[in-house]
Design a protein around this ligand. Structure first.
Ligand code: NIG
Ligand code: FE
Length: 409
């Protein structure tokens, strides 16, 4: 078999198996042909079955872990400005929602993002994505939601589209026009919902700028009823629903996600039992964001309960300027173990295969199965459990995206 990249003698090759089992292959090998994984197994099994030529790049992985690239299924990496002053206010005890009500929060980032040029947004997001890649993220979902006008939302989505292919991280665009009611509509919110339904969703749909449509369904932001109307309209325009659900208060976001056939419901700090059961039945992936709970000093999602119920929990950074500035999945894996009480195996599966499921890419990425895209990490650690153990440090030594070495430290 023609082989372009051959990784040999890894201390461990790790990849999600069935359900919550992690397959761990000692003295492991991975063969890549073109942009796909061709073979995985022990070095002894794989080596005799591949044709090594002068063109084959042979990578010696002694003492290292080989894993699928991380998938970050919930980010807001396109924005302008900083909210360090609000962060300082929160440290003094002012709650997030109070800052938001006084014109801060999402609307303060909207003010600067509207004014920013496409180039500024492109360049700053590209830098963030380069750092995410260095932490092992090979695919990231990216939301709009700091424009909140037809023009500014299209600008954000076009920047996301332009970033695809201009840097190695594969991007999955989500329309989040319902992130907040913009300041100019505060006294007439129905007007903004009308704009979303009649102008923004059709425009995004017509230009095919987003695969998913998300809503911040939260008390004081968008109600369940409003969120339902928005998501159903987006569905008519070919976008698959996602929901920022039950983050700060229990509102019924999990139930809504199940009802509208969402790909995922995200945050879920306060989901009802009924909501979680409905999600299980409808196949909605819970995306948990422990970095946000940590950053807001607020409670953590009931991950153990979800896992016991059979839900395929996924993890993400939620990188955004207000509620979590984390960029790296290894730190999220550490927080998931320490704060969500997940095992290292569960946290790794939640950051790869289940994260791919949350963006409907499970058939293509998220594990090292032959035939899948060759998105592979070499980690400078001898055991995958060192990812959460070496909390806050970056274990990534090499990143392969679609069969190309895109980062080598
Ligand atoms: O995912 N929860 C809603 N939206 C973001 C917060 C965005 C912001 O504060 O700028 C989130 O946490
Ligand atoms: Fe978010």
């Amino acid at each position: 078999m023609k082989t372009d990249i051959l990784i040999l003698h890894a201390a461990q090759v790790v990849t999600p198996g069935h359900g919550w089992t992690l397959q761990v292959i000692r003295d492991g090998a991975v063969a890549v042909t073109g942009d796909k994984i061709a073979l995985i197994g022990t070095t002894r099994d794989v080596y005799p079955r591949v044709a090594v030529t002068r063109k084959t790049r042979v990578i010696e992985a002694k003492g290292k872990v080989v894993s699928p690239g991380f998938v970050d299924p919930h980010t807001h990496v396109v924005y302008a400005g900083s909210r360090a002053s609000e962060f300082a206010q929160r440290l003094e005890g002012v709650p997030y929602m109070e800052i938001a009500k006084k014109g801060g929060g999402i609307n303060s980032t909207v003010r600067v993002t509207r004014k920013a040029s496409r180039k500024e947004l492109f360049d700053s997001a590209k830098e963030r994505l380069a750092r995410m890649l260095a932490w092992g993220t090979t695919t990231a979902e990216v939301k709009s939601g700091y424009g909140l006008s037809l023009e500014a939302e299209l600008k954000m989505l076009e920047v996301i589209r332009d970033l695809a292919g201009k840097q190695p991280v594969e991007l999955v665009p989500t329309f989040l026009g319902a992130h907040e009611v913009p300041k100019e509509y505060k006294e007439r919110r129905a007007g903004y919902i009308g704009l979303l339904l009649r102008k923004m969703i059709p425009a995004v749909g017509r230009k095919v700028l987003a695969e998913f449509c998300d809503v911040f369904c939260e008390r004081g932001v968008f109600s369940v009823e409003e969120s339902r109307r928005i998501l159903l309209k987006a569905r008519d325009w070919g976008m698959i629903p996602k929901v920022h659900a039950d983050e700060i208060t229990p509102l019924g976001g999990a139930e809504l996600a199940a009802e509208v056939g969402a790909a995922s419901a995200d945050h879920l700090v306060y989901p009802s039992r009924k909501g979680m059961a409905a999600m299980k039945k409808a196949g909605v992936v819970p995306v948990l964001l422990p970095g946000t709970s940590f950053f807001l000093n607020s409670p953590f999602a009931p991950a153990r309960e979800m896992i016991t119920m059979g839900l395929p929990v996924a993890l993400a950074t939620d990188h955004n300027p207000g509620t979590c500035t984390l960029e790296g999945m290894p730190t999220v894996i550490g927080l998931a173990c320490l704060k969500l009480k997940m095992t290292p195996e569960e946290a790794l599966i939640a950051s790869t295969r289940n994260a791919a499921k949350a963006i409907l890419r499970e058939e293509v990425i998220g594990s090292l199965d032959p035939g899948k895209q060759a998105d592979i990490l070499l980690l400078d650690i001898p055991d995958y459990r060192e990812i959460p153990y070496r909390f806050g440090t970056n274990p990534v030594g090499m990143v392969i995206k679609k069969g190309k070495v895109v980062l080598f430290c």
